[in-house]
Write a protein of this length. Structure first.
Length: 144
């Protein structure tokens, strides 16, 4: 996505950090998975990933690692607004196989302290809940 597209999907209160959001939107791993951002804010970030042959496992369903990649990207973008952060822990539950796409992940802020941030992330595909996760990030430094 180019900068103007990112600005159009980023909540106004977060646009001050558009350089960081743009950098994360172009992360090589996310690009490899075909992940695009749909909506960006500190409180709620939505990302989408197409379902294609390279993401399938030997059973013909989306590989769990690809689903986790989508979860981690939505979470990562949200928790890096305003302060650099890294994933500290993530608990994922897979409910059903993803066979059609695109898959959409929504990361919603649950709690934030001086050094820790927690998000609830849900992945949907074909109108059904595919997976959910609770992801914790560790803040690396001062606020931007």
């Amino acid at each position: 996505m180019d900068r103007s597209e990112l600005l159009s999907i980023t909540e106004e209160s977060c646009r001050y950090d558009i350089d960081r959001i743009e950098s994360m939107s172009k992360a090589p791993f996310a690009a490899e998975l075909g992940i695009t951002l749909v909506y960006v804010s500190k409180e709620r970030t939505v990302a989408r990933m197409p379902v294609c042959g390279s993401l399938l496992n030997s059973l013909g369903i989306v590989h769990g690692a690809a689903t986790f990649g989508l979860i981690d990207h939505a979470f990562g973008v949200a928790c890096n607004i305003g302060c650099d952060a890294v994933g500290q822990c993530c608990s994922v539950h897979y409910y059903r196989p993803a066979t059609e796409g695109p898959l959409t992940a929504e990361a919603v802020l649950m709690n934030e302290s001086r050094s820790i941030v927690d998000y609830d992330v849900k992945v949907f595909g074909g109108g059904k809940l595919i997976a959910s996760a609770v992801c914790t990030g560790f803040k690396l430094g001062e606020k931007r």
